[in-house]
Design a protein around this ligand. Structure first.
Ligand code: ASP
Length: 332
């Protein structure tokens, strides 16, 4: 009989209101699900655990990521797959972070959650949960993914795109891992192949990272403040990686890079990729050493920077690994 571990971290799926007028807060998920008929007679053993403190995922940080990775490591041999129940707000960040934290993965880690709590009549939680469990023990997936409202997506390619509809996620630059309808048809061409290495977790994430989102009219004061705040910066640019080429802006970036700060270029667009040099407004970025993140999501780029800053011993090594696909997060 197969074994699956449900790891509840918090989020709407297990939230309840104390009174009709109060806000939603995470509660004991096991209590909510142990009576669910949908989880009985599945011909597999469903095990439960949760973070020491369950949270709304807006409070997520690298310490919770470490806790999730350590739970998976502890139960890795005894389980066939893992389902992480997580709030949708930062699910794409956590799935990206975990994909970098865990190396040598040979089993599925499926993130899911819901837009309506599992205890409510119109909940989307049950289908998300049951299908995620099926995917986790299918033996087909050996990567970190997100299953939500009939979509199975690579975790580090996913973004939250909707806070109103059940269909909350998309992976604009990578095809779905499966076609989920009456049956689940996995697309072998899109799945990450297992590298058959031993499981290794690297939880030494750095928080020395920042994002500078450009907008028309951004001031020198704002740009200087953010560039001076961290050693690893994402420049969120326009379109295909374009930014103002006003002299003060390019000079500020140049001086910052010369000091050893690592700056990467991520587009504000969801679909498409950064092509530094295509327009005049991105060719200076190329010349001064800004590194293109190509088609990576911002969620993936920021967590990759946290990971690389923790493991790399030189700027060169960081650059080499950043532009390389480590877990399928960037196209070659
Ligand atoms: N605020 C919630 C969270 O991310 C929303 C959700 O669960 O979907 O934890």
């Amino acid at each position: 009989m197969k074994n699956v571990l449900l790891i509840y971290t918090g989020g709407t799926i297990g939230m309840q209101k104390e009174k009709e007028s109060s806000s939603l807060k995470p509660v004991d998920f096991k209590k909510l699900t142990s009576s669910l008929p949908e989880l009985q007679n599945l011909e597999l053993r469903v095990h439960h655990t949760s973070l020491k403190k369950v949270i709304d995922s807006s409070n997520m940080d690298k310490n919770y990521w470490r806790e999730i990775a350590e739970i998976i490591q502890l139960h890795y041999e005894s389980m066939d797959g893992f389902v992480v129940l997580h709030g949708s707000d930062t699910m794409a960040y956590t799935a990206s972070a975990l994909s970098f934290m865990i190396e040598g993965l040979n089993k599925a880690i499926v993130f899911t959650g819901s837009q309506i709590p599992i205890g409510s009549r119109r909940t989307d939680a049950k289908e998300n949960l049951i299908t995620s469990i099926e995917i986790a023990v299918s033996g087909k997936i050996t990567e970190v993914c997100i299953y939500f409202e009939n979509k199975l997506l690579r975790g580090n390619r996913t973004v939250k795109v909707n806070s109103e509809q059940f269909e909350a996620f998309d992976s604009p630059n990578y095809p779905p891992l499966a076609d989920v309808g009456i049956s689940i048809k996995y697309d072998d061409n899109n799945l990450l192949k297992s590298d058959k290495l031993d499981l290794k977790i690297n939880t030494n994430f750095s928080d020395d990272v920042a994002i500078l989102k450009l907008f028309p009219g951004i001031t020198k004061k704002v740009v200087s403040a953010i560039l001076g705040s961290s050693n690893n910066i994402i420049l969120e640019t326009f379109g295909a990686g374009n930014a103002t080429n006003k002299k003060w802006f390019i000079n500020l970036l140049k001086v910052t890079i010369e000091k050893g700060v690592f700056i990467v270029n991520c587009s504000q667009c969801l679909t498409g990729l950064v092509k530094q040099g295509e327009y005049e407004t991105s060719s200076d970025l190329n010349k001064i050493g800004v590194v293109s993140s190509k088609d990576m999501t911002t969620e993936s780029a920021i967590t990759k920077l946290m990971y690389l800053d923790g493991i790399c011993s030189s700027l060169e090594e960081k650059k080499d690994l950043f532009i390389k696909s480590l877990r399928g997060e960037i196209s070659n």
